[in-house]
Design a protein around this ligand. Structure first.
Ligand code: 4AD
Ligand code: MG
Length: 475
């Protein structure tokens, strides 16, 4: 039976026989192997006292897979509490040092590692990131499960554009060199696989709303696709989104749920990924040494995460946010690139000012102008704004987008007409307002943006195993 390295390193037990299996991170003086099996960021030191088998020693190369039998003893050297004295070493898979790009002595950049994303799991940083990503995913299910939410699987192939932004990837089996055409020359999608034009989903919200109108509290957690051509450190073409939807909730309830949810997930990672977070914190400190002093974070990663867990988020309306921006130094010194006036969509520079400079904590902005938000958001009594809420996080910008939904059939229909959304095609959505409509609210958390926030990584391509971005679908 194989023992995991994590169990050996985190236990005080000594003087027992084990079998460990893992990959060589380094081999020094023909005697000391640093072995890692992915269960924990730290390596276990394996000591080889018998160096008579030269062929074997030659094959213990960085990257090789080994199986080791030996005894766990108190470490003779500094730097670790325990080590394994090997009695038997088997090479499961060798690794040619001339060809393997991840040698212990090199410190490959994150940019370079993106080009070899199929191998980057084998570095400390990606091991830590993906263990933390796993904990975040698990704690999301745990949170909603403990609250009695139903996990709902919404479709990936759909005929609707939930956000109305037209940023969809088409799904079709029609031949693109010679598609069937209607008399007017346009493509005849009635001959397509689903008998209509379909695309990859941009959100599971509309379907989640239908289920919430019977199950009460539901959430989706799945892949989402957006063909927006934004090559930024915060956008992916394929990302994961968590979307709770709750019957009878209003905007206040929605904000409370989102805040409690984010704090719960962060707390879970703080409690369960101590070694990974300690490593990621050191990494961030080293990375920030390259930056000018005024651009470095004021808090360490752990201080930031603890701060967010322990403090209430700031809550302001969009109108208040615009007033703060208009009175800000960067506005008055003309340092913002984009204009500021009531009605604009907040740009990343504005969001960052509010969160990082003004409030220095997560901020929930509510009641945005209706013209910059989706059709399903509930119209406020002023007739100008909607019951929207975005959560802005330090270093990230928008991490959550949500709203109370428009539950009044006539108001919803009139907004859809204004926005040229075909009512007939959306009859199934409108039925939820025809049959027992009720106030309800929900939000979407960008899963990778949450992973960025918790790991302190700066590029979204580095927190998803195989990033999909414009021009890139390798591996
Ligand atoms: O604000 P968005 O577009 O909201 C919705 O899709 C709603 N249907 C959610 C709801 O109310 N159920 O997206 C929600 C979140 C954003 O706040 C952002 O964190 C993330 O999804 N997001 C992206 N993450 C990575 N790459 C992209 N291209 C993203 N677009 C949105
Ligand atoms: Mg949004």
């Amino acid at each position: 039976m194989r023992t995991k390295i994590k169990d050996i390193l985190l236990s005080d037990k000594l003087d027992y026989e084990v079998v460990v299996k893992g990959w060589v991170r380094s081999f020094r003086n023909n005697q000391f192997i640093a072995l890692n099996d992915g269960s924990i960021i730290d390596n276990v030191q394996v000591v080889i006292n018998d160096n008579s088998d030269e062929a074997l020693l030659k094959n213990i190369q960085t990257g090789a897979a080994l199986s080791i039998e030996g005894k766990v003893i108190a470490s003779q050297g500094k730097g670790q509490k325990v080590e394994i004295v090997a009695t038997k070493v088997d090479i499961l898979g060798g690794c040619d040092p001339e060809q393997f790009p991840l040698q212990a002595k090199n410190r490959p950049s994150l940019e370079y590692l993106r080009e070899i994303a199929h191998l980057r799991f084998r570095t400390n940083v990606f091991g830590a990131v993906f263990r933390v990503r796993n904990s975040i995913a698990f704690s999301i299910h745990k949170f909603f499960n403990e609250k009695g939410f139903v996990y709902l699987h919404t479709p990936i192939v759909t005929a609707s554009d939930a956000e109305g932004a037209g940023e969809m990837f088409r799904v079709t089996t029609l031949p693109f060199d010679n598609p069937p055409r209607k008399e007017d020359g346009t493509i005849d999608f009635s001959e397509d696989f689903f008998g209509k034009s379909t695309n990859l989903t941009v959100s599971g919200q509309l379907e989640a709303e239908l289920a919430a109108m019977a199950l009460g509290e539901v959430y989706t957690f799945g892949p989402t696709f957006r063909a927006e051509n934004s090559n930024t450190a915060r956008h992916l073409a394929e990302f994961w989104m968590v979307e709770p939807e709750v019957a009878f909730n209003d905007l206040q309830d929605n904000m409370n749920l989102a805040e409690e949810f984010m704090q719960y997930v962060i707390k879970y990672v703080l409690d369960n990924n101590k070694e990974d977070l300690a490593f990621l914190q050191e990494r961030l400190i080293n990375e920030e040494k390259q930056k000018p002093a005024n651009e470095r974070s004021e808090m360490t990663l752990l201080e930031k995460l603890n701060f967010v867990v322990e403090n209430k988020f700031e809550r302001i309306t969009y109108t208040e946010a615009i007033d703060i921006l208009l009175q800000s130094k960067p506005y008055q010194k003309k340092q913002f690139k984009y204009e500021v006036s009531w009605g604009i969509d907040l740009q990343s520079e504005h969001e960052r000012f509010l969160v990082e400079k003004h409030f220095k904590k997560p901020v929930i902005v509510t009641d945005y102008p209706k013209d910059i938000k989706a059709f399903y958001m509930r119209l406020n009594d002023d007739g100008k704004t909607v019951a929207a809420m975005d959560i802005l996080a330090p270093g990230i910008g928008e991490i959550v987008g949500g709203s109370q939904r428009e539950e009044r059939l006539e108001v919803l229909e009139s907004r859809m007409n204004d926005m040229h959304i075909p009512l007939e095609e959306m009859y199934w959505y409108l039925d939820s307002r025809r049959f027992g409509t009720a106030p309800h609210a929900g939000f979407g958390l960008g899963f990778e943006r949450m992973v960025l926030f918790i790991t302190g990584m700066t590029n979204i391509r580095d927190v998803i195993p195989f990033p999909r971005t414009p021009g890139n679908a390798a591996f």
